[in-house]
Design a protein around this ligand. Structure first.
Ligand SMILES: [Zn+2]
Length: 346
């Protein structure tokens, strides 16, 4: 059996570095939107969402590279990882939705909160909460997807396990994770998500050597020792269900909890990404951003032609915000064009 100490160090480091990627991304995103006030301007908002999507794209790439080096190192400890890996495919990790749709949601949330009568500060809190959730989830989705690709590419790996990270959760590991971590999954199964606060990662099983089991077991013993027997029983007695979320794929829920499936919400059901769906997503995103950029350029031209330009501060600041958003859209289009050029035509 492989040395548990080394593998424990690796998995804790990976989870910690994934957290650092998230913290850095959130700092950039919240900094980008700080002071934003064009809540009624769809082109300006889309430009901000495009810049957000560009930042998220580079963070999901960092997350994937981190995952690769971590999973490969663990598999080497287990005597696997003998083959070369396919090139990293850094597509947006949600299904049925594009990045600018997702990164427009915090702005929609802010507008909705204001209309519902919340104060400016309360509405900003709603914005920040939503932004934090979607960005955190996206980095973790990239890790999950990349891990599974590595397991699938390795003929010596046919099972994997969910690994809990109590060292990272301030409020304690949730019962859903504890129960799910006792199961073994095949390389056809994506890890179930259940909210941005989940710190679980995955670990391959090679020739019956299942270090994730031993790591979880050691963590659970520590949790039970400090939590007391009632809390331990509570953690163990959670019953889980697995549902399909239209964007995230499989999610963990407490048995008996209501969960609105994609179908019930009138949204498309989750499909695992294929080269064709990935390409279609890029094309849809490209068309949307390009159309919005044309509108932004037209509006900016009209604003700057106007004799009123500069006569009052609000016109000027609206034009500056729009100009900046147009630049963000151009940058994001360049990112999408690169991805399209590298993605096989369907
Ligand atoms: Zn978890």
């Amino acid at each position: 059996m492989a040395s548990l100490d080394r593998i424990q160090g690796m998995t804790e480091r990976q989870a910690q570095q994934r957290d650092a990627i998230i913290v850095k991304l959130l700092k950039l995103l919240l900094g980008l939107w700080d002071g934003f006030d064009r809540w009624d301007d769809p082109e300006t908002i889309l430009g901000m969402a495009a810049r957000s999507a560009t930042l998220v794209d580079s963070s999901t790439m960092s997350s994937r590279l981190l995952t690769r080096s971590f999973q490969t190192a663990v598999l080497r400890e287990l005597g696997a990882a003998k083959q070369a890996l396919p090139a990293v495919l850094n597509s947006y990790p949600r299904a049925n939705v594009t990045a600018t749709e997702v990164y427009s949601r915090p702005a929609t949330q802010f507008v909705f909160a204001r209309r519902s009568g919340l104060t400016f500060d309360e509405s900003m809190d709603a914005f920040t909460k939503r932004m934090t959730e979607v960005a955190t989830q996206d980095v973790k989705l990239a890790d999950r997807e990349e891990s599974l690709r590595i397991f699938q590419a390795d003929p010596l790996v046919n099972r994997w396990r969910r690994v809990i990270h109590p060292e990272l959760s301030k409020s304690g590991t949730c019962g859903l994770c504890v129960v799910a971590a006792q199961r073994v999954y095949t390389t056809d199964d994506l890890m179930q998500m259940h909210g941005p606060s989940c710190n679980c990662t995955t670990m391959g099983i090679v020739a019956g050597d299942d270090p994730g089991y031993r790591l979880n077991d050691a963590d659970l013993k520590k949790i039970y020792a400090t939590a007391g027997s009632t809390a331990a029983a509570d953690l163990q007695n959670v019953r889980i269900s697995i549902e399909e979320h239209g964007e995230l794929g499989p999610v963990l829920i407490k048995q008996g909890n209501h969960f609105k499936t994609a179908k019930e919400a009138g949204r498309p059901e989750y499909v695992a990404p294929t080269p064709a769906t990935i390409r279609a997503g890029y094309e849809r995103e490209r068309a949307k951003v390009a159309a919005s950029l044309t509108d932004a350029d037209d509006r900016y031209a009209a604003m700057t032609d106007s004799v009123k330009f500069g006569a009052d501060g609000s016109t000027t600041s609206a034009a500056i915000a729009l100009f900046r958003s147009a630049k963000y859209m151009r940058e994001y289009l360049a990112v999408l064009d690169k991805k399209l050029a590298a993605s096989p035509a369907s």
